[in-house]
Structure formats: structure tokens, C-alpha cells
Design a protein around this ligand. Structure first.
Ligand code: FES
Length: 605
């Protein structure tokens, strides 16, 4: 078959493009009097569509369903619901697959593939005849990857996530993935929980399809998508198996057609102010540290800089409101019951940019005008709602959930989720116990002869963007078994890795520059004194600067684990954590991308 390269919108189209704006892209594929359009029409008719279909806005459904991604398994049904909505509104829905990243299954780490998924999403949106796209995401990396790709492609887009799992249930208590995976595994290692109990937990933890149901990374990024204005209000918290998620999908399908007709693009929605709203919500829900990597990556695609200091500045003036695990008590099912993310945003409203446009076609302020405040409710539901969502006046904490640290150990910053840390460790000084790699950690952490005390600071090197590679979620180093036996359940732990949003503890992450890039973390030696001071936002290696430099001068990076393929591309181009770990050649605003597309069209013609 001859290739028929798709063209950008033709200057004059003999085929009316319905109500679409002049930038409509379907007309470029189907509406010209040239051989390319002829072949596009013929091959589309081969799929059973007729001329009437080709007059409609073409809405792609970008589906990350995969049988190797348990979190996204429900998206097949959601896609069918979205299609009904698209048809109801007069559009033509066409579903297509992209890479799916199942957090716990892919190797070496899910983050390694996020940029690949973002490239897949961007190119498939740009490269196909779509007037609009519905992004179907779920598990941790699929949501930011789709938002990054959609930002770069800048075709009208709306996000629908697959929703959280129902709460796990075991002997009368709610279980949360994977906060309880870690909690019980720690107790199992400590010998306080037996293998039989672990087996029962394994059967009861994940009760339904959906993503992790605590405020982990998937829930956080879904909440951020809503706060950015890229999702219809209320979508983030609907449990995956709840029929309301399908109805939400239908509504989103209808709205995708309206967005395509209006030509409202992601770059008009995801503005600097919208990202500030998302960061506020991140802090208010006690969200995942991973958002501090993903949000700058999404923003970077639009030419918007989100420095770490912005996260810290907003953390200082945004209270923690949502009492959700792993920082608090409840899970997404309870958040949904009391009003979901819109209820949190209603409390936060005085601190938000109300003027931001959203996928409803209205502003965030207009959307929030339709949300009844908890204070206006009556009956027992108010008490329950107030248990889950605190007021601005009496928050769970006066500051947001995350803090950015600076100091000679992390000149370019580091992140700590202090609301999930032990208050007694937020100011701590102790001697380092250094592990130079994951293999070293595995080999020695439970060695009975390891010289470690509860005051020690565990340090893990070579697990950053390049060193990992891909910043594996290993920042929550296990507590040494001999300390577990003494009842120790938390210690200060420091690395250039990430951690799961479902994790907890006094854990300093994303140390930048990473050790594999010559950062000072690589200069730490066992016995060095390290001081953590979260209120002062300081992380200090108490070693003379000359000695640090002498050690770094002797540092030799380990051999690159990849010489070819995607691994090589990753190692050559990945940015550091504060820049979002995107590839250097993908950062840039979509105006530039559009100009580049127009230039290549001119060169072709
Ligand atoms: Fe997919 Fe937790 S494993 S969200």
C-alpha cells in the first residue's frame, strides 16, 4: 500500500467540515480533492463508516487499557461509555491504543517508560485525523504521560481516569494498596505478622479493578488533572467499578465533541495559573511526591517553568485539608462519598485562580459555583464530610503536605512528604549509613553486623534518573531487621530515588543533582554527619566543602547499562528530577511545535 502522509489542515476544503473551527484536523485528512484524502476516505469506508460519519468531529479515544496493567483494566468499559457520549453529541469516536505502564510489573521501573508513553501519545494524537481526543488513563505514569503528550500535540483533549479500587477489607478494617502492602510487609519482616495472615491479606487487599485507592500517585495525578481543568469536575474519585464512572465517561465523550467544535486546546487550559491550582490541590490532599516530578514535566511541554521553590512557596500558604492515607485516615472511596476533589477545591476556593478555563468550557470559578460547600449541607453527612475534608480555618495542618529542602547535600533541591513523616524526626542529626547501590542495599540491610542505630541516617546512592535508571521507587529503604526487632518503625532515609505515593516515613527523595551525575549525595561516606531540618527546609552534610570536592573529583560513574535502543535514548537525554525527568528535546511550548508542523507541511508541498 502506498503511504499517504497526513496533511495539516488544507487551506481550502471542498468538503464542509460541519461546525468545526477552521483549524479542524479531520478535514485535512478527508476534506481535500487530492489523492491522499481520496485514499483516507476509501480506507475509512472499509471500516464501515460513510460520508455522514466523515462530516462529524472525529474524536480519538486514546486508551491505555492493557491486560498487563491491572489498574487500567476497566478502561475497556469506560471507552465504550465514552463512545456513546461522542455519538450522542454528533461526533465520530475512534479508539486507539497507546503504551500502557502497569506500575508494579514493568522493569526496570515505570518511570523509565513514562516519556516513551508520552511520546507515543503525542505522536498518535498529532499523526492521526483527530479533531479532539479523550485520554483514558489510570495507573501512576499513564496519567502524566497522557497529559504531557496532549500538551505537546495541543489538540482539544479531555481526560477520564479509570478510578480507584474499592477499599480492601480484612477482619473489619479497610485496607489500602499499597500503604498496607508496606505496613504489613514491615510487620512480617519484624516477625509480628505470620505468613498465614500475609496470605489472607494478599487475597483481600485488591477488591476490585482500579488504581491504588489511597492518595498515592495515581489518585494524586487524577486529582491534579481535575485541578488543572483537564477533567470534568468530580471524576478523579469515582471508584472504578461504580456505574457513575461509566456515566462520567459518557458525559466526557459528549464534552469532547463540544471541545473539538470550540477548538479549546490544552495550552489554553493548562496555564501557569492552572498549574498553581494543581499544586495547591496537591498540597491540600497530602498528595504524592511524584507530582513534583510530573507537574514540571507536563508544564515544561507548554514552555511553563515550575521551579521547586514554587512548590515550597505554595506549600507554606496552602493548608492540608484532606484526611487521606498514607498521611491521614481515609481512602478515595470515602473522599468520593463526601464530594470528591470538587469538595476539596470548594474549601480551597479563596486560594485558587478562579479565572482558569477548564474542559467544561467554563472557568474554574464557574465550575465551583455549582459545588455546594460542606458548610451548606445538613444532617449526619456533614459530620462525615468534615472528618474527611477539614476547613480552611481549622485544617489538619497549616501547611501543605510536601516540603522542598535545600543545602549542600542537595544544591538543586530535594523533596520530603512531611505530613507522612514522624514528627520527632523532622529535625534530626545522625551518622550516615551509606549503600552505594540497590544491590549493596539488598546485600547488607539485614546483616546482623551492620553498624546502625535508630539515630542513623540511611543513604542510598545511584538510584536517580540516570543512576537507577529511571528513579525507581526505592526511596523508602527498609528498616534494618535488627532495628525492627527493637520496635523501630521509622528512620531518616535519603536518596536520589522516588518513592511510591502510597509510602510513608521520614524519607528525603529526588536529591538533585543525583549521585550518578556527580551530585554531592555521591560524596557521602558511612559515618558522615547529616542534619535534616524540615521547618528550616535544610539538608546538610557536615563535611568540609574541600573534602566533599575531593571525594567528588575521585568519583567515577558506573558503566552505562544501555548502549542501544530506548535505554540509550533515555540515558542520553533524561533531565534531572527538578526538571521533571522529561527528555531535553521534548521540552518546549506547543506554539513552537505548531510552527514546526507548519514548516514541515510547507516543505512537503
Ligand atoms: Fe497502579 Fe498503584 S499500581 S496505581
Amino acid at each position: 500500500m502506498n503511504e499517504t502522509p497526513a496533511q495539516e489542515p488544507a487551506p481550502e476544503s471542498p468538503r464542509p467540515a460541519g461546525e468545526l473551527p477552521p483549524t479542524a484536523r479531520g478535514a485535512a485528512w478527508y476534506g481535500s480533492a487530492d489523492v491522499a484524502s481520496f485514499i483516507h476516505r476509501a480506507f475509512t469506508k472499509a471500516m464501515g463508516y460513510d460520508d455522514a460519519d466523515l462530516q462529524k468531529p472525529i474524536i480519538g479515544i486514546c486508551n491505555t487499557f492493557s491486560e498487563l496493567n491491572h489498574c487500567n483494566r476497566g478502561l475497556k468499559d469506560v471507552a465504550e461509555a465514552v463512545k456513546r457520549g461522542v455519538l450522542q453529541a454528533g461526533g465520530l469516536p475512534l479508539e486507539f491504543p497507546t503504551i500502557s505502564i502497569g506500575e508494579v510489573f514493568v522493569s526496570p521501573t515505570s518511570m523509565f517508560f513514562r516519556n516513551l508513553a508520552a511520546m507515543d501519545t503525542e505522536e498518535m494524537i498529532r499523526g492521526q485525523p483527530l479533531d479532539g481526543v479523550v485520554l483514558l488513563a489510570g495507573c501512576d505514569k499513564t496519567t502524566p504521560a497522557q497529559l504531557m503528550g496532549a500538551a505537546s500535540a495541543d489538540v482539544p483533549a479531555i481526560m477520564v481516569t479509570g478510578g480507584p479500587m474499592l477499599n480492601g477489607r480484612y477482619e473489619g478494617q479497610d485496607l489500602g494498596a499499597c500503604t498496607d502492602c508496606r505496613r504489613y510487609w514491615t510487620e512480617y519482616r519484624a516477625g509480628t505478622v505470620d505468613a498465614e495472615t500475609m496470605s489472607a491479606l494478599e487475597d483481600n487487599l485488591c477488591r476490585s479493578q482500579g488504581h491504588c485507592m489511597v492518595m498515592g500517585t495515581a489518585s494524586t495525578m487524577a486529582s491534579c488533572a481535575e485541578a488543572l481543568g483537564m477533567m470534568l469536575p468530580g471524576g478523579a474519585a469515582i471508584p472504578a467499578p461504580d456505574s457513575r464512572r461509566l456515566r462520567f465517561g459518557e458525559a466526557s465523550g459528549r464534552q469532547a465533541v463540544r471541545l473539538a467544535r470550540e477548538g479549546l486546546r490544552p495550552s489554553q487550559i493548562m496555564t501557569r495559573q492552572a498549574f498553581e491550582n494543581a499544586i495547591r490541590v496537591l498540597h491540600a490532599v497530602g498528595g504524592s511526591t511524584n507530582a513534583v516530578v510530573h507537574l514540571p514535566a507536563i508544564a515544561g511541554r507548554l514552555g511553563i517553568d515550575l521551579p521547586l521553590d514554587l512548590f515550597d512557596d505554595l506549600s507554606r500558604v496552602t493548608p492540608w485539608l484532606a484526611n487521606l492515607r498514607p498521611s491521614g485516615r481515609f481512602q478515595m472511596e470515602q473522599l468520593f462519598e463526601v464530594g470528591g476533589v470538587p469538595a476539596v477545591m470548594k474549601e480551597l476556593e479563596p486560594l485558587l485562580h478562579r479565572e482558569c478555563l477548564t474542559v467544561t468550557g467554563q472557568t474554574m470559578g464557574d465550575n465551583l459555583n455549582a459545588v455546594p460547600p460542606i458548610s451548606a449541607r445538613s444532617g449526619p453527612s456533614v459530620k462525615r464530610a468534615r472528618e474527611v475534608i477539614a476547613t480552611l480555618e481549622e485544617p489538619l495542618d497549616g501547611e501543605g503536605g510536601l516540603a522542598i529542602l535545600r543545602g549542600n547535600l542537595c544544591p538543586d533541591g530535594a523533596v520530603i512528604k512531611h505530613v507522612a513523616a514522624s514528627p520527632y524526626l523532622l529535625r534530626h542529626r545522625g551518622p550516615a549509613v551509606v549503600f552505594t547501590s540497590l544491590a549493596d542495599l539488598s546485600a547488607r540491610i539485614d546483616d546482623p553486623h551492620l553498624e546502625v542505630t535508630p539515630d542513623s541516617v540511611l543513604v542510598l546512592q545511584q538510584v536517580g534518573p540516570v543512576g537507577g535508571p529511571g528513579m525507581p521507587e526505592v526511596g523508602n529503604l527498609p528498616i534494618p531487621k535488627k532495628l525492627l526487632a527493637q520496635g523501630v518503625r521509622d528512620m531518616v532515609r535519603i536518596s536520589d530515588a522516588r518513592m511510591s505515593g502510597t509510602s510513608y516515613g521520614t524519607i528525603v527523595l529526588h536529591v538533585a543533582p543525583e549521585s550518578a551525575a556527580g551530585g554531592p549525595l555521591g560524596a557521602v561516606r558511612t559515618g558522615d554527619e547529616i542534619e535534616l531540618d524540615v521547618p528550616a527546609r535544610r539538608l546538610t552534610l557536615h563535611v568540609p566543602q574541600g573534602e566533599i570536592e575531593r571525594r567528588l573529583a575521585a568519583f567515577a560513574p558506573p558503566p552505562a547499562p544501555y548502549r542501544r535502543g530506548y535505554g540509550r535514548l533515555f540515558l542520553d537525554h533524561v533531565l534531572q528530577a527538578p526538571q521533571g525527568c522529561d527528555f531535553d528535546f521534548l521540552v518546549g511550548n506547543s506554539e513552537e511545535a505548531r510552527r514546526a508542523a507548519a514548516l514541515s507541511r510547507d516543505l512537503r508541498s
